[in-house]
Design a protein around this ligand. Structure first.
Ligand code: NA7
Length: 536
């Protein structure tokens, strides 16, 4: 597209080597753009590079989470488990990078420190931590939603003399936990995945829980040889379903409402759900389970009964049962063996709603009931979701406007891909991007962005900038429709887990059908929404 005066001048600079960034690099190169991907980690994987704590694994089926753009890739990569663990995921992403010869256009250990739009040149100047500088016509920031770990401001956090870890920044060489006294703070998906995997190795494990979650079994299994061959044989129909389904899953939706069934049949169905894999408990459940309060309460009571059956100590069981939210108001974790872990004498639960943490000391954690000493404290306290990475990248748009100022009241976007005042910048897989199986939504966005870039090249447009009216309409839709979804402001999807962060919905509340319909309109209108009108 360009006449390249220096090797640091490129068409497309992709930031982030997660699932979305890798795909964007592939698509940009395939479309004939010069492209470079920069990544702060020392290898590919993004979220799946950094979150390498024991027990980290998919809770969407592996073959629905991986790439679908190449049948050969799908055929040759045999996922070992229905829900792959982090090491297998990282191996897969490295395989994809090598298989499509992408590594030569990737730079690792390279963190973006600033990205500034030069209005005269109509290009982005992107600086890295190692002083390298690139000039890119387009920047695609595929920086992810779960990439900035959140540490709560607990007094004395820096004082701890033992090992202090965050699940989202896990050391690449692993951590020896054998015979150590370990604390885990936080019981979201990461905390509950970690507990059962390390429980048998450690000397003691103390779980600090602020609020319990509606955790149900993942029900993982190895993929059998027969299933492997079915996956291959059915690739086209699998791809078709995944490319068109509402939330990017293969699961069969249920057309029944809860009270279409008798009380007895409902209990039997809840048992089926409990024993079914991963997200089917949302996607194949009674169609009104999230919104019909009586049915939701009945399903919650079913889970509570299971928890009481699984946990020997009655008081511990009671503390593990959520009282502050219904099923689906927060993102539910899926894991086996979490509740059972508390039956070990050396595993205990501290209920922070009864005894809050007062401070961290050199030796351990002090709560209202005293000090407990540890060798390792794991912060499983989540992320600055959605906007965290983008707001920290030093992004400056027209007239030097900072993205973090532009989004001071929360993100405004068009399709979760662009925002006004920041021409030629795209951010697939960021705020307003997904609401289901992320790689499917994010892949839709990458495909769309690539088409937008190709269209601009064909027309000779050097600036792509969304019409503010289209952005207002999309953002208004996201905010309005969010009120009709199941997630409430208790969820980090509203940013409420980070003090001071605006309370705005951070997912795509319109879902994939809305994304598809708006994309279709944009194409029908020949991408006019991205072409700034010439000055009058
Ligand atoms: P989450 O789901 O945000 O969980 C964070 C956990 O940390 C949650 O239990 C929080 O309790 C807890 N937390 C946060 N701040 C504190 C303080 N100050 N004290 C004690 N406990 C605290 O993050 P995850 O990493 O587990 O999961 C992120 C996503 O990864 C997940 O949704 C999947 O998509 C995969 P709270 O519930 O807010 O009371």
């Amino acid at each position: 597209m360009e006449t390249h005066e220096s090797k640091n001048e490129i068409d497309v600079l992709v930031v982030g080597a997660g699932i979305t960034g890798i795909y964007q690099l592939h698509r940009a190169r395939e479309a004939g753009f010069t492209a470079l991907l920069v990544e702060s980690g020392s290898g590919p994987g993004g979220t799946w590079f950094w979150n390498r704590y024991p027990g980290a694994r998919f809770d969407s089926e592996s073959y629905t989470y991986g790439y679908l753009f190449s049948k050969e890739l799908f055929d040759e990569w045999e996922w070992q488990e229905h829900f792959a663990g982090q090491p297998e995921i990282e191996r897969y992403l490295n395989h994809v990078v090598d298989r499509f010869d992408l590594r030569r256009d990737m730079r690792f250990d390279a963190r973006v420190t600033s990205a500034v739009f030069d209005e005269r040149a109509e290009r982005w100047t992107v600086a890295l931590n190692d002083s390298a500088e690139y000039s890119a016509r387009f920047v695609v920031a595929a920086t992810g939603v779960l990439s900035v770990p959140f540490f709560p401001a607990v007094v004395g956090r820096e004082d701890f003399r033992g090992e202090s870890l965050h699940t989202g920044l896990w050391p690449i060489d692993g951590v020896d936990m054998a015979a150590k006294r370990v604390a885990i703070i936080g019981t979201g998906s990461s905390g509950v995945q970690l507990v059962p995997v390390i429980a048998d190795d450690v000397a003691s494990l103390t779980v600090y829980q602020r609020s319990p979650n509606w955790c149900t079994p993942l029900n993982n299994a190895a993929i059998t040889a027969a299933e492997q061959s079915d996956l291959r044989v059915n690739f086209e129909s699998i791809r078709e379903t995944l490319n068109t389904s509402i939330a990017g899953f293969l699961h069969e939706p249920n057309d029944k409402s809860a009270f279409d069934d008798t009380a007895e049949d409902r209990q039997a169905f809840y048992e089926v759900m409990w024993n079914s894999p991963g997200f089917t408990k949302l996607t194949s459940h009674y169609k009104d389970i999230l919104f019909e309060p009586t049915a939701n309460a009945e399903w919650c009571e079913f889970i509570a009964t299971k928890i009481r059956e699984l946990v020997d100590d009655e008081e511990t069981a009671d503390r593990l049962i959520p009282k502050d939210h219904r099923y689906g108001e927060k993102r539910p974790p899926f894991v086996n063996g979490y509740f059972e872990a508390f039956n070990n004498a050396h595993v205990s639960l501290v209920d922070l709603s009864a005894t809050p943490i007062t401070r961290i000391t050199e030796a351990g954690i002090e709560t209202g009931s005293g000090l407990e000493e540890f060798d390792i404290i794991v912060w499983a306290t989540g992320f600055d979701f959605g906007t965290g990475a983008l707001n920290r990248m030093g992004i400056r748009g027209r007239e030097g406007r900072a993205l973090e100022d532009h989004w001071a009241d929360g993100p405004c976007t068009f399709l979760g891909v662009q925002t006004t005042g920041f021409p030629n910048l795209f951010f697939p897989g960021g705020p307003h991007a997904a609401a289901g199986n992320n790689p499917r939504y994010n892949g839709d966005q990458v495909d769309f962005i690539t088409e937008v870039l190709i269209d601009a090249r064909e027309r000779g447009n050097s600036v792509i900038e969304v019409d503010p009216a289209a952005e207002d309409e999309w953002t208004g839709m996201v905010d309005r429709w969010a009120r009709h979804g199941s997630f409430t402001e208790k969820s980090y999807y509203y940013g409420t887990n980070v003090p001071g962060k605006p309370r705005r919905y951070l997912l795509n509340s319109g879902g994939r059908p809305k994304l598809f319909s708006v994309i279709a309109e944009v194409i029908e209108n020949e991408y006019r929404v991205f072409r700034p009108s010439p000055p009058e």
